[in-house]
Design a protein around this ligand. Structure first.
Ligand code: ZN
Length: 280
């Protein structure tokens, strides 16, 4: 189900070619367009809407070979944030591949080991905890099931490149704003066929403009996976490079939350907690 409302194009002149990844410099305006909005009601019921995110036309910022820079607008409803996201087919296949490769029991143990529990709360905290230990010991960050929006985004990339056979990471920038009194969520999505996502230079330009227009950078989402020798399941914790990147986003755009998902569960980190984590 999707609903289109009025489509308003805001044309704003700014430099693109001279912009660094975080838009430090501006020179000749080239007229980047930020489309506002063609928003959808994201439905997280696979039976009712088998297309889900896949049936919604994204705003295409850039598309070349397998590298995509896209955006979707959604009406901000509780369903987006609903935990235990929908069992979207590409994600189901991915989870099933892991279960077959390492057993259901091993998978359960790995996921449990990523979360704080009563046992770890009784153990002494490491003197210099790693980022996964910071999460595991409940020092900072909170692990919860993957939510609806995250499931859709990961399934989208997984449908392009099988996360089990050819793992890739994507960038997801989640912004919140309001247009005509309608609360909206805009999600920018950047990915390719490579293990690491492309630099989101164009997206950063859009974020600058949206923030100038009163929007908020609510969250940054990306996914983690692990190689076969580490049992496939990605860490539910940020890397040191991730934390460095988040700090830049906080300083520049007042990022509120950082999210890292492995397809099963997601660690959610508040901006104020980032200083607790190890960073480059
Ligand atoms: Zn990462």
């Amino acid at each position: 189900m999707s609903a289109f409302f009025s489509r308003l194009w805001i044309c704003i002149g700014l430099s693109a070619l001279a912009l660094t990844a975080f838009g430090q410099k501006r020179s000749d305006p080239i007229g980047v367009k930020v489309p506002m909005p063609g928003h959808h009601q994201l439905v997280c019921d696979w039976d009712k809407d088998p297309g889900c995110l896949f049936s919604l036309n994204p705003i295409i910022l850039s598309q070349k070979d397998n590298e995509i820079h896209l955006a979707w607008d959604f009406i901000d409803t509780a369903i987006l944030w609903q935990e235990k996201g929908p069992e979207l087919m590409p994600l189901q296949d991915y989870k099933e591949s892991i279960r077959k490769a390492i057993s259901h029991e091993k998978l359960t143990t790995i996921l449990k080991d990523q979360r704080p529990d009563q046992q770890t709360s009784k153990q002494p905290r490491p003197a210099e905890p790693s980022n996964p230990e910071i999460v595991k010991h409940g020092i900072a960050g909170a692990v919860r099931p993957i939510n609806c929006l995250e499931s859709h985004l990961l399934a989208y990339q997984t449908s392009r490149f099988d996360l089990f056979e050819q793992p890739t990471e994507f960038h997801g920038f989640i912004l919140k704003g309001q247009v005509d009194d309608i609360p909206l969520v805009r999600v920018y999505f950047v990915a390719s066929d490579q293990p690491f996502p492309p630099k989101p230079v164009l997206v950063i330009q859009h974020i600058e403009l949206l923030i100038e227009a009163g929007w908020q950078l609510y969250g940054h989402l990306h996914n983690h996976y692990a190689p076969a020798e580490e049992f496939y399941v990605g860490a539910a914790a940020p890397s040191q490079a991730d934390v460095h990147y988040y700090k830049v986003l906080v300083n520049r755009f007042d990022l509120q939350f950082a999210f890292v998902t492995n397809g099963f569960q997601t660690v959610e980190i508040k901006a104020a907690e980032l200083g607790i984590f190890n960073s480059h």
